[in-house]
Design a binder for this molecule. Structure first.
Ligand SMILES: [Zn+2]
Length: 406
């Protein structure tokens, strides 16, 4: 048993931090107790660790990353990088995530995600728990296609996505992912910013195609995430069984009602939009991508404000993938942007990056530090409730009560 005493603790569930707090972790890596120090006994035989100036928070969860070790913003480059190199780079990305306080990530489009997940489980690679969709599923000419390359080069898919058209192919692709043991499906129901010849508000996949994929996900007991930016594509996704809306630039009031009705989660990925519009031109984002991002930016911020006001579940996810513009290790930016751009309270932003983000994962014992949960936590220098930038001052990261050596 281990006992951690901290200046303050946020458990991810309560709406207030606990001062002079104590966290007790069982030998099996679960939380035995968390509360004010005077109310929680420390067993005399337990190891003691003290963080007299620091805040303990649940380990951060990034609900939308790509673990394909990208090192540029060039989609053709992502397509031609060998998987062996991608995997090696992605292991470095996992270490960066661990150092930044992340204890779980949801990978929504990669070839190497499933292998990384196993290597982390085995303890061969240091990093957060990996949950992965494997490669996303896109229609031909859709967001997951690479429009500037000859079709025959990408007909069998790219490292981030495969192509499917018609309900039979969609069902088969979904079944292939289930066969690979994925934690969720990822489908593209609209165009996007970094796909050359479509637009964020163009709809992709028919209702029948979407339903063919979500049915397979349901039968396998996993959720479906939809890359969905325009209103029509968001609505189609939600009406046809999708659980998480990624990006949601034009999420309107009706979409929010639908999202709440189906118990879904909105993952806005403000971070990548912020980085692309602020500095994308310096890092090789093509002009057509910059233009689309700039055009959507204001509506996107308003959509997140609308969702926050309506009390919808908004989860922190960055869409970071590894290049200098959107590097792993700076993923806590999303919580800062929720406060600074949208007006989230600091506590709501912390919950978006922990408990709410964990709603997108296929397990219910991560994202909080309540009794019985996994003892995944970050130790922050400073008080994130007084100044949200403390989420960047990570001193140590623990998974299952053990310090990650990253
Ligand atoms: Zn993405």
């Amino acid at each position: 048993m281990r006992v951690f005493d901290a200046a303050r603790l946020v458990d991810g569930r309560r709406d207030e931090a606990l001062d002079d707090a104590r966290l007790v972790v069982d030998d099996d890596g679960t939380v035995a107790a968390a509360g004010p120090r005077e109310g929680v006994d420390a067993p005399p035989e337990a190891d003691r660790v003290e963080f007299p100036e620091s805040t303990v928070v649940p380990g951060f969860v990034d609900a939308h990353v790509h673990l394909q070790g990208a090192r540029s913003m060039d989609v053709a480059d992502w397509t031609t990088t060998p998987d062996s190199l991608a995997a090696a780079r992605a292991t470095a990305d996992l270490r960066s995530l661990a150092r930044a306080g992340f204890t779980s990530v949801r990978d929504l489009g990669s070839t190497v995600g499933p292998g990384l997940r196993e290597a982390v489980r085995e303890g061969e690679v240091t990093g957060p728990r990996v949950f992965t969709s494997g490669r996303a599923i896109s229609q031909t000419g859709g967001h997951g296609d690479v429009h500037g390359l000859p079709h025959e080069w990408v007909a069998d898919g790219t490292p981030l996505s495969t192509l499917a058209d018609g309900t039979d192919e969609c069902r088969r692709e979904a079944r292939k992912r289930v066969r690979d043991g994925v934690d969720c499906l990822k489908i593209m129901t609209t165009g996007g910013v970094l796909s050359e010849r479509d637009a964020p508000d163009s709809r992709q996949f028919t209702d029948d195609e979407i339903r063919a994929m979500t049915r397979e996900a349901d039968r396998a007991g996993v959720q479906t995430a939809a890359h969905a930016q325009g209103t029509a594509g968001i609505e189609a996704a939600l009406r046809n069984g999708v659980s998480t809306v990624e990006h949601g630039f034009y999420l309107d009031g009706d979409c929010i009602d639908l999202l709440k009705e189906c118990g879904g989660t909105f993952v806005p990925t403000l971070s990548i939009m912020y980085r692309i519009t602020e500095r994308g031109d310096e890092y090789g984002v093509p002009e057509w991508g910059l233009e689309k991002a700039r055009e959507a930016r204001e509506a996107h911020v308003e959509a997140v404000e609308r969702a926050y006001e309506a009390n919808a579940a908004v989860a922190a996810g960055t869409d970071f993938m590894g290049p200098e513009l959107v590097p792993h290790g700076e993923n806590a930016l999303e919580m800062e942007l929720l406060v600074e751009e949208i007006g989230f309270s600091e506590m709501d932003a912390l919950q978006a990056g922990t408990r709410v983000a964990a709603r997108t994962l296929p397990r219910n014992d991560v994202g909080t530090l309540t009794e019985g949960a996994r003892a995944d936590f970050a130790v922050l220098g400073g008080d994130p409730l007084a100044d949200i930038s403390a989420v960047r001052r990570v001193e140590e990261t623990y998974v299952d009560g053990q310090r990650m050596d990253a």
